[in-house]
Design a protein around this ligand. Structure first.
Ligand SMILES: [Ca+2]
Ligand SMILES: [Ca+2]
Ligand SMILES: [Ca+2]
Length: 392
């Protein structure tokens, strides 16, 4: 038995040397492969298993059951990579509408007092990275806003530049809330910051599944590309060490990371990762009457220090129910979810960005705390934290 296993390895290695990519060919034909972290720095294995992303102590790759067995025989134990999901109402997959019902959604109006909702100069010089299902780069209300378009979902390549088609619509919706500029004729929709730039990182499949290694690589890339804010409309049950490390890098470089709280409410302590992390500004969802959406995940705020960000706490609430925004195929759609609440906070953060501060991300976070209007239960509560920031 032992000898037979050895001969399998020998055969596999021989194929690898002779043909270069038998691993990929096998994986493609088996259809059962999934994403793993392979804890070895040996370049042989990186080549044989078609490394996707290289990390300090190993690499990730899509492996078939056969490849996993092979690695184990060689004494390497692949570890499954954590998955996340987009956080809009999954039951609703709306048909894109050709024209919007309103040029400014109720959510934008709720957070900006006065008549500044269509100021086309707001957000100039700011860059927001949207890590999601991609962005419709031809959308009339977004195409002039796009500055960066990358795909990390391709099975054959971990990073493709100048590619970010959004077959779902979720990422386009998130981007529009932040920076839709009404289009060249002003008949489209307007987001919070119509002069801001948006970079798209397609890290989620069209069905909304997102691998944590792709997200981590996208966070680092966005930081290096000069993003001021990174928006994560994704979440999951498990903590990811890849994302932990990437969040450390973002914090070090003074980049703000905003995450959807999750749609697992109304139960306390139901926040998703990575929003649970204190470095991520976690955002819950509000109805248009400023009550909390039932589905919005609740934090641990009731048992931690009030008005202090602890792990598991919710930090802010923002509009997240029946939000109209840009959608795939150049259209518009109404979605609900904490995925919609997170870009509302990001949009307001762009508007009040403390660019001259020593640490703009921390200074802006402190200002958002000051601007927050108490909603829900009196004071810091498990559904809305500081409350909903409003620009007067
Ligand atoms: Ca948090
Ligand atoms: Ca707290
Ligand atoms: Ca409250």
């Amino acid at each position: 038995m032992y000898l037979m296993k050895r001969s399998y390895i020998a055969l596999f290695l021989a194929f690898s040397v002779l043909f270069g990519t038998p691993a990929a060919a096998y994986a493609a034909s088996s259809g059962t492969e999934s994403r793993y972290f392979v804890p070895t720095t040996k370049s042989f294995w990186k080549g044989a298993l078609k490394a996707r992303h290289i990390f300090e102590d190993g690499f990730t790759a899509d492996l078939s059951d056969f490849q996993i067995r092979l690695a184990r025989l060689a004494g390497i134990k692949p570890i499954a990579v954590k998955k996340f999901n987009i956080l809009a109402d999954a039951a609703a997959t709306p048909t894109p509408q050709p024209t919007p019902a309103e040029t400014v959604s109720w959510g934008v109006r709720a957070m900006i007092h006065g008549d500044a909702t269509k100021d086309l100069t707001v957000g100039a010089g700011r860059l927001v990275a949207v890590l999601d299902t991609g962005i419709d780069r031809e959308h009339p209300d977004l195409k002039r806003r796009l500055d960066g378009c990358n795909d990390l979902t391709d099975p054959a390549s971990g990073f493709i530049e100048d590619s970010c088609d959004d077959l779902n619509g979720h990422g386009t919706h998130v981007a529009g809330i932040i920076a839709a500029d009404g289009g060249s004729d002003g008949t489209g929709m307007f987001g919070f910051a119509p002069a801001a730039s948006v970079s798209a990182y397609r890290v989620c499949s069209p069905s909304g599944t997102c691998f944590s290694d792709d997200i981590a690589v996208a966070i680092r890339h966005a930081v290096d590309a000069g993003a001021n804010i990174i928006v994560l409309g994704v979440g999951g049950e498990a903590q990811s060490s890849f994302i932990d490390d990437a969040l450390g890098y973002a914090a070090e470089k003074h980049v703000m990371v905003i995450g959807a709280a999750g749609n697992d409410g109304p139960y306390e302590d139901s926040l998703d990762w990575p929003a649970r992390d204190t470095r991520v500004l976690s955002v819950g969802a509000l109805n248009s009457d400023e009550t909390v959406a039932e589905f919005s995940s609740r934090g641990t705020n009731r048992t931690t220090k009030p008005y202090h960000t602890d792990a598991g706490d919710i930090e802010f609430a923002a509009p997240g129910v029946n939000i109209e925004s840009t959608f795939r195929e150049g259209g518009y759609a109404i979605l609900s979810g904490t995925s919609m609440a997170a870009p509302h906070l990001a949009g307001l953060a762009v508007r009040v960005w403390q660019g001259d501060a020593k640490n703009p991300a921390e200074a802006t976070r402190a200002l958002l705390h000051e601007l927050a209007v108490d909603v829900g239960t009196l004071g810091d509560d498990a559904a809305t934290g500081w409350g909903m920031p409003v620009q007067k």
